[in-house]
Design a protein around this ligand. Structure first.
Ligand code: ZN
Length: 548
């Protein structure tokens, strides 16, 4: 399917790179450019730069660079034509669609073919819901019972699959989709005896969208009482669907997550949909899997603040505790809210209404210290031994936080909550950090040796590439794993001195960083990180914000 040159030009002219990228990651203004943590590689300090004047982006960490079209191709993992189509849709540029020739079909990569067949299935399930007798009397009436309005049903592309063996398969074949693609998309099952049938039958359909709004999978709930069938059935993993990387509702929520600067995390499809309908739109669910690190990183593209809204029952608490450390590890700010026993977000928002629900979140959500502390103090009583266990448990979570400054602030809070001295909390955190550090120190020693050899080699040769921006940012902001972690929070002077567990002379984190900055400035100061910006310039500008 060739797109005429003038249409491509029109798309190029309408597409604004800031808008395009903002759909996938929140950009912050810095000088005349915009920055973000790179959506293509994992980092905690931003090295992804967007230049609105030149309409280009560049990541100084992983090297990805290009224009708006390139960005869409890379982030969606689609070809040039599909990226153009995506932008055309976003900017309302009409593309004169020509018939697909067999060569066109061959040229599409498999990913694109899967997205196309999944989109067909979505439309088919939607039409079945709205136009077929069973769709209306079973599917639609179920959604209505749940209180879903027509705009809500549209916003989430909800649908219905008929209780037939091969309704989707037959319609798909009729429309020219291959059996092979439908199987690869997880829509049909092929048994050994070559019997073929639809995977989803007699279920209400919840399409799962990726960040840009493409349908990549389905969740499906059965309505009739059939003990031999699971209540919920999800698409299998496919080339376009990796459930650990997907959050249900992210497409519908991302704008609002950015505006509210917080993301509510729930567990079910209907939680997301009900809250969305009630006007609380910054909500997603880790449906079909327990929370993963990839899902947390997806949230982090839009906000650093997460509030976990889980059921107040034992399973909900367990799930919340499991998610807690993972969220902290990614450097996000976390609050938790357990709903009253027997309620989930869906039922509770129906019961009390949107305003009361918002107020409830505001008043009842706790940071993780209060959350954990309250559990320990109420469950274990206030005996000294139990309290020590509780403190240790909270401190263990604090050690997950990458930012040493944040850890220090939080240790003050722990001291207040448990009524103990701050020094004892700091000692406990450092004890735990040392334990973790000892485990890593062997590997770190090896890495350090390797690095030293490389550095000696590179400073001897003029014209070597020098450090990456990522390394510089890590130096300026982050905590380098090579540092002895017990240096991060100063031990109280009164604490007994421990035998040094490592040979190098004692250096503080600060002196290490200062030395390293000076070394970089002397060796590479004049090197350009990007046209017009030397390493020297960059570091000095960064240091303006840091108490050096
Ligand atoms: Zn990158």
């Amino acid at each position: 399917m060739r797109i005429p040159e003038e249409t491509i030009d029109r798309i190029r002219q309408s597409a604004d790179i800031l808008e395009v990228i903002n759909d996938f990651v929140s950009l912050k203004k810095r000088g005349s450019n915009y920055i973000a943590c790179c959506p293509f590689h994992n980092e905690k300090t931003p090295s992804f730069n967007v230049n609105p004047t030149r309409q280009i982006y560049k990541c100084f960490g992983c090297g990805k660079a290009g224009d708006a079209i390139r960005f869409v191709m890379d982030i969606e993992n689609i070809g040039y034509g599909e990226a153009l189509r995506y932008l055309a849709k976003k900017y309302g540029v009409e593309i004169e669609e020509q018939e697909q020739t067999p060569e066109d079909l061959l040229r599409q990569n498999e990913r694109e073919s899967l997205l196309i067949v999944l989109n067909f299935a979505k439309t088919f399930f939607q039409e079945t819901l709205l136009n077929s007798d069973d769709g209306k009397s079973i599917g639609l009436s179920y959604f209505r019972e749940r209180g879903f309005t027509t705009p809500t049903i549209d916003a989430f592309d909800l649908g219905y699959s008929l209780d037939q063996w091969d309704g989707l398969l037959q319609e798909g074949l009729r429309r020219g989709h291959s059996r092979e693609m439908m199987e690869k998309a997880g829509l049909i099952l092929i048994k050994e005896n070559d019997k073929v049938f639809d995977r989803f039958r007699g279920r209400v359909m919840f399409p799962i969208h990726n960040v840009s709004g493409r349908v990549i999978a389905f969740g499906a709930r059965i309505l009739k009482a059939d003990k031999s069938q699971p209540k919920y059935l999800n698409s299998p993993e496919t080339a376009v669907y990796h459930k650990s990387q997907v959050l249900y509702g992210i497409f519908q929520a991302k704008q609002s997550i950015r505006q509210e600067d917080v993301c509510y995390l729930t567990e079910g499809y209907t939680d997301v949909i009900s809250l969305h309908q009630a006007g609380i739109k910054n909500v997603v669910a880790s449906s079909g899997t327990s929370l993963t690190t990839e899902q947390i990183r997806l949230i982090a593209r839009f906000t650093p603040n997460v509030t976990i809204l889980y059921d107040g029952d034992a399973a909900g608490v367990k799930a919340a505790l499991r998610g807690l450390d993972m969220v902290l590890e990614e450097g996000l700010n976390l609050r938790l809210l357990l709903l009253p026993d027997g309620e989930d977000p869906d039922s509770y928002v129906h019961k009390v209404g949107a305003d009361a629900f918002k107020a409830y979140i505001k008043e009842q959500s706790q940071d993780f210290i209060d959350f954990k502390a309250r559990r320990w103090l109420t469950e274990a009583g206030d005996g000294p031994l139990k309290r020590a266990e509780g403190i240790s448990d909270v401190c263990a979570s604090i050690t997950r936080i990458p930012d040493p400054l944040k850890r220090q602030t939080l240790s003050q809070r722990v001291a207040q909550v448990f009524h103990v001295s701050e020094q004892s909390v700091i000692s406990e955190i450092n004890r735990l950090l040392r334990g973790q550090h000892d485990q890593r120190s062997k590997e770190a020693d090896r890495q350090r040796e390797r690095k030293k050899r490389q550095q000696t080699a590179s400073s001897a040769q003029p014209g070597t590439p020098g450090p990456s921006l990522d390394e510089i940012n890590a130096l300026l902001n982050g905590l380098d794993i090579d540092l002895p972690t017990d240096m991060d929070i100063a031990e109280p002077a009164a604490a007994p001195t421990r035998p040094q567990h490592r040979q190098p002379a004692v250096r503080t984190a600060l002196s290490y960083k200062e030395e390293e900055c000076i070394r970089l400035l002397m060796n590479y100061g004049a090197r350009e990180l990007e046209p017009g910006i030397t390493l020297c310039h960059y570091i000095l500008e960064e240091l303006n914000d840091i108490d050096f």
